[in-house]
Design a protein around this ligand. Structure first.
Ligand code: DSN
Length: 433
């Protein structure tokens, strides 16, 4: 029975969410809009099957077709990143954080040290997060955690300084990647630094996976020992994760995912990941990711023209981080004002953060979804103008409590005006169904 009949409430909520995504500008850089083909595979009968184990070595019967789909997904994953048989890929991890934890669990003993980019400088929670001496994430409870930082003047890494820190901390795994670092990462240099302390070099390219597959960001594969990524950001697939490793650690990693951390893989997800990896090999996808970066660069340039302090003065990727401390409004207030105007992005901490993750000083935005809709540089100029208009209009109210600020938003004339214009632009660039 169709969902509209069997469960109209859920069906209606799905319809409303599509309308929300379609009727507003989605600028959260870790989000994207997958193809109908990806979503068809995701909703397929593969969701019914248990398949603990590896191809041809399953614990349950009836996995002959699951074996085929997992083998195809692995083959496509290697092809999408131009990798030889020297690389192995695990496609079973439920998510990026689990993939990273599975890598640590495979290669380390509890108490060993991992070292990654500091969260406020663009790192990720799963690389181990301690805040004000409190161990927040499981990885920081199991392992010792150390960080390296951006140069506060440039917002970028000074790799000589990173090297000094790594030589002092001597981690067992050196990690790069995260959520809010707009410059490309120097994988070659980081892998050399890792070698100096005999550490594994783990490149987490969750954000950049599509950009690497499409050749617009440099590949970490010639340098890294392990590469993890999610599949739903710039790669434009379903939610999920891939772990690439070399022969010497691949078996430990497979065993760490299952039975170490997970039960049966989500075969419907694996099917959908296989679909997105085929899409990622196409010429159209390459053009798509090239446009993502052109759009992000244009948007960053325009924001700079309006006097926004864009971290690292621009971007080499799909994402932009704006430090609002010079604008007398924080990220929490700015993000909510923009949301009222139909522009969805997220509040974010910034390098040298002087506030807290709950009321951070910045906003983060990016271009994967608007580029999926077909928007180009011309639309980025318009979007920057709207962002400026809304933030400038909201600043006079930013001393109010958050509740009072929210109450005021609808009565600021610029906000409904921009919302109407945003809606019109969105109607000209509909999301693929
Ligand atoms: N939540 C993701 C992001 O927004 O970057 C990372 O896990």
């Amino acid at each position: 029975m169709k969902l509209t009949k069997s469960d109209p409430k859920i069906s209606n909520l799905i319809r409303k969410e599509f309308k929300r995504q379609n009727g507003e500008l989605q600028l959260i850089p870790s989000e994207n809009f997958s193809s109908e083909a990806v979503r068809e595979a995701l909703g397929s009968v593969f969701t019914h099957k248990y398949s603990e184990g590896q191809i041809s070595k399953r614990y349950y019967e009836g996995n002959e077709i699951v074996d085929e789909i997992e083998a195809l997904c692995k083959k496509r994953a290697l092809e999408a990143f131009g990798l030889s048989k020297k690389w192995h890929v695990n496609v079973q991890a439920y998510a990026g954080s689990i993939a990273n934890l599975a890598v640590y669990n495979a290669l380390l003993k509890p108490g060993d040290k991992i070292m990654g980019m500091y969260l406020f400088d663009g790192g990720h929670l799963s690389h181990g997060w301690k805040y004000k001496n409190k161990k927040i994430t499981l990885s920081s409870k199991i392992y010792n955690v150390a960080y390296y930082f951006v140069d506060p003047k440039t917002g970028k890494f000074d790799y000589d300084e990173v090297e000094k820190k790594v030589l002092k901390e001597k981690p067992k795994i050196l990690i790069s990647g995260g959520t809010a670092y707009p410059a490309e990462i120097n994988h070659s240099r980081l892998s050399k630094i890792a070698r100096k302390v005999k550490a594994f070099y783990l490149a987490d390219i969750a954000h950049e996976a599509g950009l690497v597959a499409g050749g617009v960001n440099k590949s970490p594969f010639p340098y890294a020992d392990i590469v993890t990524m999610t599949t739903h950001k710039t790669l434009r697939g379903p939610r999920g994760a891939l772990i690439f490793s070399k022969e010497e650690s691949s078996e430990q990693i497979d065993r760490s995912v299952f039975p170490g951390m997970q039960g049966g893989p989500f075969n419907n997800n694996i099917a959908a990941i296989a679909v997105c990896l085929k899409e990622a090999k196409s010429k159209k996808f390459k053009q798509y990711v090239e446009q993502i970066v052109r759009n992000a660069k244009k948007l960053a340039q325009e924001l700079v023209k309006y006097g926004f302090d864009v971290v690292s003065k621009g971007t080499e990727k799909h994402l932009i981080l704006v430090d609002l401390r010079s604008k007398e409004i924080n990220g929490m207030y700015a993000a909510r004002a923009l949301k009222f105007a139909g522009i969805t992005l997220n509040k974010n901490t910034v390098p040298g953060e002087t506030s807290s993750p709950f009321k951070p000083s910045g906003i983060r935005l990016g271009t994967p979804t608007v580029t999926t809709r077909g928007m180009k540089e011309k639309e980025m100029v318009q979007i920057a103008k709207w962002i400026n208009e809304v933030i400038e209009a909201a600043i006079p109210y930013s001393d109010l409590s958050f509740e009072d600020f929210e109450d005021q938003l609808a009565s600021i004339p610029e906000i409904p005006k921009v919302k109407k214009e945003v809606k019109y632009l969105c109607s000209k660039f509909p999301l693929p169904k």
